[in-house]
Design a protein around this ligand. Sequence first.
Ligand code: ADP
Ligand code: ADP
Ligand code: ZN
Length: 216
Amino acid sequence: MYVILLGPPGAGKGTQAVQTAERTGLLHLSTGDMFRENLRNGTELGNLAKTYMDKGELVPDDVTIRMLLERIGRDDANVGCLFDGFPRTVEQAKALDIALKEQGNEIAVTVLIDVSNEEITRRLGGRVSCATCGSVFHEIFNPPDANRPCCGTVKMIQRDDDKPEAIANRLQVYADQTEPLVAYYTQAGKLKTVNGEQSPEAVGVDLLSALQESSN
Ligand code: ADP
Ligand code: ADP
Ligand code: ZN
């Protein structure tokens, strides 16, 4: 099964993808995580991606599509994938459709995690992640447990693109380039929407039932 999690930055895609991948056995693929891993490893791709990420712009389609298609072509992706942060443009969505079709597969469902701009600003402003493993927390909504620190350390870092200047631009980029995917997947009869402004547990329950309905 191939599933897309769609929604603005900060909607909770990553948080939901980690839990849902554990429950369903799908492979969690986040293009944002892939770019950040490339950056940590100092690859050419990572350095190129950083120039866009820092400004809150999208990494160009050709580079992003090539990276993602290479990844879904590997054997461990045969179990099915949960896409988080990809596709982000209609161009990417079309490339994914074609590549899956060549493998005899298709997108089962795209789940839109619906969250208001006010809530997104609150979520991104407080987002922090473990300096060691990258696990995501929120300073207020989901604080790291001081008694059982992640990776044995309390060191939490904020992403450069979660600073206020970058957040506004990312929301505009989402509206301009990614939101058209709502119409794209609606037309394909593949869009389901869940209310993202609930507890992470409640969003997870709704997400899982959306996947179950679509797997029948
Ligand atoms: P968020 O979780 O806030 O939505 P991500 O971690 O998914 O952010 O992405 C961080 C940044 O990486 C994006 O702002 C963009 O610069 C780049 N990026 C990630 N996925 C894509 C994609 N599919 N197409 C283009 N750029 C992307
Ligand atoms: P995305 O991958 O869509 O950018 P994240 O999963 O990184 O979003 O979540 C953004 C921030 O909001 C994180 O700090 C996360 O801990 C927090 N968060 C995620 N889901 C919820 C929720 N349902 N309620 C409150 N905060 C949440
Ligand atoms: Zn950790």
